[in-house]
Write a protein that binds this ligand. Structure first.
Ligand SMILES: [Zn+2]
Length: 367
C-alpha cells in the first residue's frame, strides 16, 4: 500500500506567527551582519586608485578566454611590481553573453572568470578596463564577427565584399535603429562581468562609414556619423552607467595635416568629429613608429580631452612617444598605454622590452 500523500500541514495560527517572526529575525541578522562587515562604499576603490595613480601605466591585451585570464591573474603581482596600474582587457565577442548567447564566439571568457580577473586586478592596485570593439573591426580577414553574421541587416555594406575581399574590416551601421539596443546589452554584460568603472569602446581604423551601399548613410557626412556613434555610446556608458569611456583616437586626427597618414589618423573625413563629441571621453592616442614629434598629444589636450598615448612593440618608438608625453605634461595627459597585439605571450609580459622600457621611463617618479 502506498504511503498517503502528506496531509495538509496542521499549522496553527500560533506556529505561523512563530515561523514568520523567526524568518524576520533571520533576515534582520543577515542584514545586520552585512552592514557590520563594513562594505566599502561604491566607487571607493576607484577614488583611492585615482589618488594613488596620477600617471596611468597600462597594458592592453586580448583576454577573450578563460585560460588567458587564468595565466594573466598569475602574472598580475609581477606586473604590478613593475609599475603597471591599469589593464585594458579586450574581450569583443569572446565573452559569455547571456542576453544574446548567439553572439558568443566559440571560445569565451566566462562571467565567473571575468569577475575573478577584475577582482584580482583591484587587489593588485590595477584598474581593469574591458574593451569591446564598436562600429568598426566587425570582421578580421575572412572572418566576420557574430553581430554581423547573425544580423546582416546591421552591416554598413550589406551583401557587399564577399569573404571580406578588398576591405579592411566590416562596420556596423551607426544609423540602424536596432543596433544600439543589442550592443548596449552586450556592453552592460561586460561592464557587470568585470564590475568595471570604465569601458574602452575601440573605434579605431573605421574605414567603412557613410557607404554608398547603406540606404541610411549614403551621401552622409562621415564626421557626423562617427560622432553620432561616439555620442550614442557615451550616452549609455557615461550617461546611464555613469562610468568612464575610453576609445582609440585615430579617427579624430587629420591624417594629412598631422602627417600621420590614414591608419593612425584619418583620411576618410571623420576628423571634424572631434568637435562634435563629449569632452570627457578618454582618447587612447596610438602611434607605433618613432617620430620627432607626436602632434596629436597637444591637439587633443588643447581640445580639452584626456589623452592616454599608446605605443606597441618597438622600444625606440615607445621611448620617443614617452618623451613627447613628458614634454606635454598636463593633468589631462594621463600616462602611457603599452599595447601588445599578440606580440608577447602573457607569461613573458613582465620582461617584454617595450613594457620594461615604458615602466622605467615613467617609473614611480610621479607618484
Ligand atoms: Zn549606415
Amino acid at each position: 500500500m502506498k504511503e498517503p500523500h502528506n496531509p495538509p500541514a496542521l499549522v496553527t495560527s500560533t506556529s505561523w506567527r512563530t515561523l514568520v517572526s523567526s524568518v524576520l529575525l533571520l533576515a534582520l541578522a543577515v542584514l545586520t551582519s552585512s552592514l557590520n562587515a563594513a562594505e566599502p562604499e561604491p566607487g571607493a576603490w576607484l577614488k583611492k586608485w585615482q589618488q594613488q595613480n596620477p600617471i596611468w601605466r597600462g597594458i592592453q591585451l586580448s583576454v577573450a578566454n578563460d585560460s588567458t585570464a587564468e595565466a594573466l591573474i598569475a602574472e598580475l603581482p609581477k606586473l604590478a611590481a613593475l609599475g603597471i596600474n591599469a589593464l585594458v582587457a579586450e574581450v569583443d565577442y569572446g565573452f559569455a553573453f547571456d542576453s544574446h548567447p548567439d553572439l558568443r564566439l566559440s571560445r569565451v571568457l566566462t562571467k565567473p572568470m571575468a569577475a575573478r580577473l577584475g577582482q584580482a586586478c583591484r587587489e593588485n592596485g590595477i584598474r581593469p578596463i574591458p574593451l569591446f570593439n564598436c562600429l568598426g573591426h566587425q570582421s578580421w580577414s575572412k572572418n566576420t564577427f557574430p553581430l554581423l553574421v547573425k544580423h546582416p541587416e546591421f552591416d554598413e555594406t550589406p551583401g557587399q565584399f564577399p569573404s571580406n575581399t578588398n576591405i579592411y574590416c566590416r562596420s556596423w551601421c551607426p544609423q540602424h535603429p536596432e543596433v544600439n539596443r543589442i550592443v548596449f546589452a552586450l556592453i552592460d554584460e561586460i561592464i557587470d562581468g568585470f564590475s568595471a568603472d570604465a569601458l574602452h569602446v575601440g573605434m579605431d581604423e573605421v574605414f567603412l562609414l557613410a557607404s554608398e551601399h547603406c540606404a541610411r548613410c549614403k551621401g552622409g557626412d562621415s564626421a557626423k556619423l562617427f560622432a553620432k556613434a561616439v555620442s550614442d555610446l557615451h550616452g549609455h556608458i557615461v550617461g546611464r552607467r555613469t562610468i568612464e569611456m575610453l576609445m582609440w583616437g585615430d579617427r579624430f586626427l587629420d591624417g594629412k595635416a598631422t602627417g600621420y597618414g590614414k591608419w593612425e589618423a584619418a583620411e576618410n573625413g571623420t576628423h571634424p568629429a572631434i568637435d562634435l563629441v563629449p569632452r570627457d571621453v578618454i582618447l587612447c592616442d596610438w602611434h607605433y613608429g618613432k617620430r620627432a614629434e607626436y602632434p596629436s598629444i597637444p591637439i587633443f589636450l588643447e581640445k580639452g580631452f584626456r589623452v592616454w598615448p599608446s605605443g606597441w612593440n618597438k622600444v625606440e618608438a615607445t621611448e620617443a612617444l614617452i618623451e613627447a608625453e613628458q614634454k606635454h605634461r598636463n593633468e589631462r595627459m594621463l600616462g602611457h598605454l603599452c599595447t601588445t597585439w599578440g606580440a608577447v605571450k602573457v607569461p613573458q609580459m613582465a620582461e617584454w622590452p617595450p613594457i620594461v622600457a615604458a615602466m622605467k621611463r615613467w617609473a614611480k617618479r610621479s607618484d
